[in-house]
Design a protein around this ligand. Structure first.
Ligand code: SF4
Length: 222
């Protein structure tokens, strides 16, 4: 068996040319993407598994089949790398636990991100949208808007840190959510940005957010 390993900022990519399989595994050993022949799967932090470019969600039984296929394959890969060893040690129960932890950190689903920010770590100083009047809105129209208190926000940062472990310092960017972080007061926004700076260090892609000008706090240059 010939396996090529390429190390990435967070994890590695394995290529099993003989069997037409590739997988990207994060630094904790969880698979993030898994290609078997023509089938390309992505494992999302919320526990879902999606198929193909259209990100079609799989049913529970289908997800289990994909995980089993991955376990079967990764366990046949020699323990030639620390990340492979970590991946060997993970079971379905670990993936379920990760999904539960993710659900606890983001009780409000992260419904949408701009495509160029899919790799960001999401910080949610507020949930929902202060507007909620757009009739076409499929994501936040019927959800309550709530800004986290400063204490709850500090706890959220700590929870995110525990969820992503080492990835905090290798993240390319942070997305400040959820629907419109520009609605935060200047004081709260600056607090968030200071915390991000302190905990993430320099971010290659910086910090991004959605902004609805009708519901954004007034800003000054100073
Ligand atoms: S501003 Fe955006 S998120 Fe808020 S209700 Fe309108 S479309 Fe939805």
């Amino acid at each position: 068996m010939s396996i090529k390993i390429r190390h990435l900022v967070d994890g590695c990519k394995l290529e099993d040319v003989g069997r037409g399989i590739t997988a990207r595994i994060n630094g904790l050993g969880y698979w993030c993407s898994f290609r078997v022949g023509q089938h390309f799967y992505r494992h999302c932090m919320d526990g879902s598994v999606v198929l193909g470019a259209g990100a079609t969600p799989l049913l529970k039984e289908q997800m289990i089949t994909v995980h089993e296929c991955y376990f079967c394959w990764i366990n046949s890969v020699p323990p030639q790398d620390e990340i492979v060893v970590k991946s060997h040690s993970l079971s379905m129960a670990d993936y379920d636990r990760l999904a539960k932890r993710y659900g606890a950190v983001y009780p409000e689903e992260v419904a949408i991100l701009p495509p160029d920010r899919y790799g960001d770590i999401v910080i949610a100083p507020a949930i929902g949208c202060p507007n909620r009047k757009c009739t076409f809105c499929a994501f936040y129209r019927n959800k309550p808007y709530k800004v986290l208190s400063e204490a709850a926000l500090v706890e959220h940062f700590a929870d995110v840190g525990r969820l992503y472990c080492g990835k905090m310092h290798s993240a390319c960017g942070v997305f400040l959510g959820l629907a419109n972080a520009m609605a935060l007061s200047q004081r709260r926004l600056v607090f968030c940005l200071d915390e991000i700076c302190k905990r993430f260090g320099a971010l290659k892609k910086g910090v991004a957010t959605f902004a609805d000008p009708d519901f954004s706090a007034k800003r000054t240059d100073g």
